[in-house]
Design a protein. Structure first.
Length: 159
């Protein structure tokens, strides 16, 4: 999973070598989601290794309390849908239904626990992710930081 996080970490492209230490990106954007008890993680394995992961935190407080969610990532638009989501999908598994299945499982789990929905940020340069979110029915808002994509848990569960 650390490899997938790194290989999709630069706007959906390979982030290898973009930071001083290739381990920092998964430390920041993967480990909090798989180590804390209130978080969830779903993985698709293509038989040759991990190929996709969907990782929502139960809410921004979890990551903020852990020191991994900067205040700039919290805004009023995401407040009604508190679970923060990361999705990493290697190109060879895109457009094969894996993302939809991951999102459905996520929606079912969050809805069962009473979590109203999820949000994620997508940079302007990652139009593959923007298009995928649109196909799945995410609502979007564009601002100077890119796209804020949001969706209710019940809508995800119905995919």
């Amino acid at each position: 999973m650390r490899d997938v996080c790194l290989r999709t970490g630069h706007g959906g492209q390979d982030a290898t070598g973009s930071w001083s230490d290739d381990g920092l990106r998964p430390d920041a954007f993967l480990e909090p989601y798989v180590r804390y008890p209130a978080s969830r993680c779903w993985v698709v394995d293509d038989g040759a290794g991990t190929a996709a992961a969907a990782r929502p935190a139960a809410g921004p407080g979890l990551l903020h309390d852990a020191g991994t969610l900067p205040d700039r990532m919290l805004d009023d638009a995401s407040a009604p849908l508190p679970a923060h989501l990361h999705v990493d999908m290697l190109p060879e598994l895109q457009r094969r239904g894996h993302g939809r299945r991951l999102m459905r499982a996520l929606g079912e789990s969050l809805a069962a626990d009473g979590v109203p929905g999820v949000h994620l940020r997508v940079g302007d340069g990652n139009q593959v992710a923007v298009a995928s979110c649109r196909r799945l029915g995410f609502d979007e808002r564009h601002d100077d930081d890119g796209y804020l994509m949001t969706i209710a848990s019940q809508r995800l569960a119905a995919l």
